[in-house]
Design a protein around this ligand. Sequence first.
Ligand SMILES: [Zn+2]
Ligand SMILES: [Zn+2]
Length: 418
Amino acid sequence: MAHTPDSTRQASHSTMMRCPGCDLVLQACHTDDGHLAICPRCATKIAQSRRLSFNGEIALTLTILLLFFPAHLLPLLSIDLLGKTVSASVLTGAGILWSDFPFVAALVMVCATLAPLIFTTALLILHVARHRGAIQWFRPAINVVDHCRHWVMADVLMVSLAIACFKIQDYATLHFSLGLACYALIQILLSVLLVRVNTRRYWDAFSSHGRQVGAKSLVRCGHCGLTQAAVPSLPCQRCHQPIHSRIARSEQKTWACLITASIFLFPANLYPISILFSNGIRLEDTIFSGVASLINNGMPGIAAIIFTASIVVPVAKILGLGLILTSLRLPTGIPPRRFMWLYRGVKWIGKWSMMDLFVIAFMVALIDRGRIMDFTPGPGAIAFGIVVVFTMLATEFLDTRLIWDHHEQQTKRPLTDR
Ligand SMILES: [Zn+2]
Ligand SMILES: [Zn+2]
């Protein structure tokens, strides 16, 4: 007799779930009083208030999509550069960058334009599919939303744009255009949307079946967050994605990404990250010399931001993840909760290292005009892009549940609720 996933898994009627951060078995809950529920062991968020309505997300999504094309096609700024007025839009800047540095241009385009566009479009499809109960649309849309959200960096873009404007004021007079207002508004709305959107909440609203499972051998689907009875070789009963109790070869993949990022950190800091031609003089800047020249030009605040984002953040990420990985092999005596804080911190700061690349892209968009003045990224920018991508991948590959597995092995105290 052929077993369907649903028929095989239905067992008792207990409502148990596994914590996504540490795999602890918990009583499933929903908070109706506007509060968050967090795991008592690792402090990972496990449930959100049901009061949050989906209408807010729909309004935000529609507004972003309406503003998207004016923001990308209208000029962001016009600048008076050596007696000539030129205007620049996001797309012209990306086009200029593409001809010499396709990798940097592609990375910036993905984070600044493609990921937000795909994310909001998929979110709109998701709302329609949820409303109509169309699982064939709901499933691919929610996968796209889940994968795209890490590459939407609205807050980083806003800060980068502000820094680029400050830096350009040194060379030219700026006039802000309507495109910039649309662009800034999109980034603010995207930041709000990113905080609100939680794919687990969408799945729970679409279908809550499958909570009826036995207490033994429970697994949590990493895609939709449904806790269900483990059946070897069967995918998740709700989202149909393969279920892994732990991310496969998590340690090896994370180490590989960290080592790659560490190697590229050297060319990223030794080679120039930006090259400015002004009045026939070629000025090359590495990350360090760029920070030093900002201090010399009387911009210590921006210098501190760039120094933190480009030097402190990548190094802190590599050291932090390296420490967590080392703790999985060697006893460190540090409580696992501390490692969870470290992991969450590393994950949050990670995207801020993209800032210098965004600043360069905006600078190229605004002042690459050939002849009198020219601004291009240097080879260091490619290496820096590789560092950013691999540190972000390392965070995705690291399975925090391994921290707790190791802790349990160390204390030789198996969980009573397993
Ligand atoms: Zn937990
Ligand atoms: Zn699932």
